[in-house]
Design a protein around this ligand. Structure first.
Ligand SMILES: [Zn+2]
Length: 279
């Protein structure tokens, strides 16, 4: 995982300022569910506001999902989504406030809960969290199986559950650890019931296998485009058998050997093409 440095404030704020101004001009007041209105906002002849924001977010994330590091830039729009780190609809003030004071960039952001923003009816700053650039990240849709629109990981898998704002923390690249068997954990996790990496599904079997395959590829100096796929899979298989892995995991491994869709999925995780990323 990498720290996402939020430094495109001027560019992003200009977009959101324009949206909020048009919204207020049209409705007379700021209405609830600002994020929904953001999705429909545009100025004739210009890129839609939401799409322009997505471009800014993808650029600062180098085209990758904020959580699993899958390459999402260039994929169809249904393969990505805007993640609200502080959930779009917090249940109450406590639900909102629990995201603050966790040593992330949220602490220094000029944002306010959307309900307080609506109650005050004062133009930004501070920005309502539902449409605040500082609270938005790009996530993949978490699709890990061919033809299946289920979200196994990341934003859509998380839903409204609490997470620590990991990608907005400094040094997170050193604090999130990847093991050679593909397992991931955060060294500062204190929540044993719902660890953030589990809420995000980052140890879902397919992702673990993908990271494991990349460890194998990178440690052997193999290139994904011209490696002997079967040979590679058999090497990983050997490791899995040594560790008495479940049959289901082994069946999943064979998907990568036999199916181009899964091989393409693997390639989207080339962030892990670096054996030094594994411990
Ligand atoms: Zn993801």
């Amino acid at each position: 995982m990498e720290t996402i440095v939020k430094n495109k404030h001027a560019e992003a704020h200009a977009l959101i300022d324009g949206f909020l101004q048009r919204h207020k001009d049209r409705h007379g007041i700021y209405l609830n569910d600002l994020y929904k209105y953001l999705g429909a906002d545009f100025v004739y002849g210009q890129t839609k506001t939401r799409k322009a924001l997505v471009g800014i977010l993808l650029e600062e994330q180098h085209g990758r999902c904020c959580y699993c590091m899958r390459r999402i830039e260039g994929l169809p729009s249904e393969e990505m989504s805007i993640e609200h780190v502080i959930v779009n609809h917090p249940i109450d003030a406590n639900d909102y406030n629990q995201y603050l004071g966790r040593n992330s960039q949220l602490d220094s952001s000029d944002i306010i809960s959307s309900s307080d923003f609506i109650a005050r009816q004062v133009p930004p700053p501070p920005y309502p969290h539902a449409v605040a650039y500082e609270n938005m990240l790009m996530s993949c849709a978490g699709h890990c199986h061919i033809g299946l629109k289920t979200s196994f990981t990341c934003n859509n898998h998380r839903g409204h559950r609490f997470i620590d704002p990991l990608p907005l923390m400094a040094n997170i690249n050193r604090e999130v650890k990847y093991q050679k068997n593909g397992f991931v954990y955060w060294i500062n996790e204190t929540n044993t019931a719902n660890p953030t990496v589990e809420v995000l599904g980052l140890n879902y079997e397919v992702l673990k296998l993908i990271r494991r395959i990349w460890y194998k590829l990178s440690s052997k100096g193999l290139k994904v485009d011209d490696c002997d796929r079967q040979k590679l899979i058999y090497e990983v298989l050997g490791d899995l058998l040594d560790e008495n892995e479940d049959d289901a995991v082994i069946q999943t491994l064979f998907l990568f050997a036999n199916n181009a869709w899964y091989w393409k999925l693997l390639q989207q995780f080339d962030y892990f093409n670096d054996s030094s990323k594994f411990e």
